[in-house]
Design a binder for this molecule. Structure first.
Ligand code: COA
Length: 154
């Protein structure tokens, strides 16, 4: 049976954190993941979708954002055992639908340099590369650099 895609609820927290530890080793911090979820829910409660297996486990996620013009897609992750079966595509499509419903003209996302397989994944759904330089500035000096802090087990 195909995993069901539905909105995130508080009961999914531990399953989402477990999945993200597997899917995003470059972050690999429960503290950072937990903070991401708290901030997301506090500032814009949705769209945040999870995929639930027949056994009831969280096996996929996608987080969306809407900045008033464009929609953004973050944290697309699928459990290893469920990959290459179309679940990632279903999650992104479901998020596109949600972002379209709230008026997004475009859907944007970022992929780290050199991750050609991920680029291929998005390319298969119609995403195209725009030649841009992505810039960022930290506004919270005490915030740990992602990848440097290790909050596992906390
Ligand atoms: C990227 C990810 C979400 C894809 O999930 P998935 O469920 O396997 O994706 P799909 O089955 O829908 O794949 C659709 C198509 O994308 C492409 N694709 C997906 N994974 C790929 C890979 N590892 N290498 C090359 N192409 C890939 C293929 O064209 C695939 O179609 P095919 O299986 O018929 O060849 C999953 O690999 C993952 O969780 N990766 C770790 C987290 C991550 O890096 N997320 C991206 C953050 S920007």
């Amino acid at each position: 049976m195909e995993p069901e895609i539905r909105d995130y609820s508080d009961a999914d927290l531990s399953g989402v954190l477990r999945l993200w530890l597997e899917c995003f080793p470059e972050v690999r911090s429960l503290i950072v993941f937990r903070e991401m979820i708290d901030r997301k829910l506090a500032t814009q409660p949705g769209p945040f979708l999870v995929a639930i297996s027949a056994e009831g486990s969280v096996v996929g996620t996608v987080v969306g954002g809407m900045d008033g013009l464009n929609g953004w897609i973050y944290l697309v992750g699928v459990n290893q055992a469920f990959r290459r079966a179309g679940l990632g595509t279903r999650l992104v499509r479901a998020m596109e639908q949600r972002l379209h419903e709230v008026g997004a003209a475009f859907v944007c996302l970022q992929v780290e340099n050199g991750r050609d397989q991920i680029v291929n994944f998005y390319h298969s759904m119609g995403y195209r590369i725009q030649p841009r330089i992505s810039m960022v500035k930290m506004l919270q000096e005490d915030r740990p650099e992602i990848g440097q802090e290790n909050g596992e087990g906390s």
